[in-house]
Design a protein around this ligand. Structure first.
Ligand SMILES: [Zn+2]
Length: 126
């Protein structure tokens, strides 16, 4: 991760302004959404079937996971998977670029988040 962060810093010549990085990060996020939408509406390898979860009364917090659905039906085909990976990669690039601009270590952030997950478990609400 540190190596990737260094490489991003070396590559970030054209979009050095924080405003450029923020807008490119936002654009990359929109392209991730579009890749998923295209997999549904253009390719059709997956579909989204969403509805309100049916949670029985007196369920415990621990029970919730079994009632929650990802609403995805099917599996990404190879082509859509490649597109999504590409777009997520760009998003990761701009996330790391943002870290670089503020002198934040991406790996440290990852470790802190992992620590929260392991400490709080399912109570870690994001
Ligand atoms: Zn597909």
């Amino acid at each position: 991760m540190d190596e990737f962060q260094h490489a991003v810093g070396e590559c970030l010549v054209r979009h050095r302004s924080v405003l450029d990085v923020l807008s490119k990060f936002q654009e990359a996020n929109a392209r991730v959404h579009r890749a998923v939408a295209k997999a549904v509406t253009t390719c059709g390898c997956i579909s989204v079937n969403a509805r309100r979860p049916q949670i029985p009364a007196h369920s415990t917090l621990r029970d919730l996971k079994s009632y929650m659905d990802d609403h995805i039906e099917g599996k990404l085909c190879e082509s859509c998977r490649e597109v999504l990976e590409e777009e997520l990669g760009k998003q990761l690039f701009y996330l790391v670029a943002l870290c670089n601009l503020f002198d934040l270590n991406t790996f440290d952030i990852l470790i802190k988040e992992n620590r929260k997950l392991t400490t709080l478990g399912m109570y870690h609400i994001s």
